[in-house]
Design a protein around this ligand. Structure first.
Ligand SMILES: Nc1ncnc2c1ncn2[C@@H]1O[C@H](COP(=O)(O)OP(=O)(O)OP(=O)(O)O)[C@@H](O)[C@H]1O
Ligand SMILES: [Mg+2]
Length: 279
């Protein structure tokens, strides 16, 4: 028997007027999974994350987080999760330290613990060297790192991140990856969106792909590879190998996540189109 899922949705749907941005999505994320949620621009990823974290109400469908119905227990759920949504809004008139202390207190930490963790996190995110700087004067990447710090200050069991690697430098990305892997090693569950498929491929054990609001694939990377290979018989021999001569694996088994993604959402056709007036 599979363990009870940490995140599950049934028929999750969100409409914006005529548009069905998220259309009957059934997600299942098991405890301890590092889960990548992929899809082209406008596919419905951010809308889904906002619904999973109680920031946006679904039009219909059910959401369970850690065995709790999100609509019925929003506070109990929010206490146990961390989130960095798209277009996060921070309190700009505070310093980074004040902001993290505030976030810690909001999550119910006592003053001492909040202060200690805030200092540790500022240091960890390399934000400690300008203690007087207000958050409003932080650069984009600095704000992102601060939002990430605030999302983990209470030690959440489940972490939701919308494009965590967008806009952060290579050093911070490395720090961030190490932090996330450490959380996974200690039993947390992480759900993230990213367009950087090489990072997703390296970090995530499981992936779902959403396209035009509908879930078109879900499973472990191996399961996705097997699924794409089965649907496209031409895959054998057509996938460009890296020449490393890994003879023990078939071409389908060597597919990168990017190749799986492009096949699943049909991106290969567009790549062949040209804008005739350019060049
Ligand atoms: N508040 C809103 N009002 C109207 N339409 C919206 C709203 N929020 C999102 N949409 C639409 O819903 C669809 C899904 O948007 P969403 O932000 O979830 O996409 P995404 O997968 O996160 O894309 P990206 O990779 O570009 O971040 C898009 O067509 C978008 O224009
Ligand atoms: Mg988005």
């Amino acid at each position: 028997m599979d363990p009870a899922p940490t995140i599950s949705t049934q028929g999750l749907t969100r409409r914006f007027g005529e548009l069905v941005a998220v259309d009957g999505v059934d997600l299942r994320v098991s405890p301890g999974q590092f889960f990548g949620f992929l899809g082209p621009n406008g596919a419905g990823k951010s809308t889904t994350i906002k619904m999973l974290t109680g920031l946006l109400a679904p039009s219909s469908g059910r959401i369970e987080i850690l065995g709790l119905d999100l609509q019925k227990n929003p506070v109990d759920v929010k206490r146990q999760i961390g989130v960095v949504p798209e277009g996060m809004a921070l309190f700009g008139r505070l310093t980074g330290s004040e902001f993290l202390n505030f976030a810690g207190r909001m999550y119910g930490l006592n003053r001492e613990t909040a202060a200690q963790r805030a200092a540790e996190l500022l240091d960890f995110m390399q934000l400690a060297d300008q203690p007087k700087k207000l958050v409003t004067d932080y650069s984009h990447g600095m704000q992102k790192k601060l939002a990430m710090a605030a999302a983990v200050i209470h030690g959440p069991k489940v972490l939701f991140l919308d494009e965590p690697f967008e806009g952060v430098d290579a050093i911070a990305a490395g720090t961030l990856k190490a932090m996330l892997q450490g959380m996974i090693a200690r039993g947390a569950t992480i759900f993230l969106t990213s367009h950087v498929l090489e990072i997703v491929e390296r970090l995530c054990s499981h992936v779902a792909i959403i396209h035009q609001g509908r879930l078109v694939a879900q499973g472990s990377l191996e399961e996705l590879r097997a699924g794409v290979a089965a649907q496209t018989p031409a895959v054998s021999g057509k996938v460009s190998g890296d020449g490393s001569g890994d003879g023990s694996r078939s071409p389908a088994e060597r597919m990168t996540l990017e190749q799986i993604f492009l096949r699943t959402v049909g991106g290969e056709r567009h790549a062949e189109q040209e804008l005739s007036w350019l060049g």
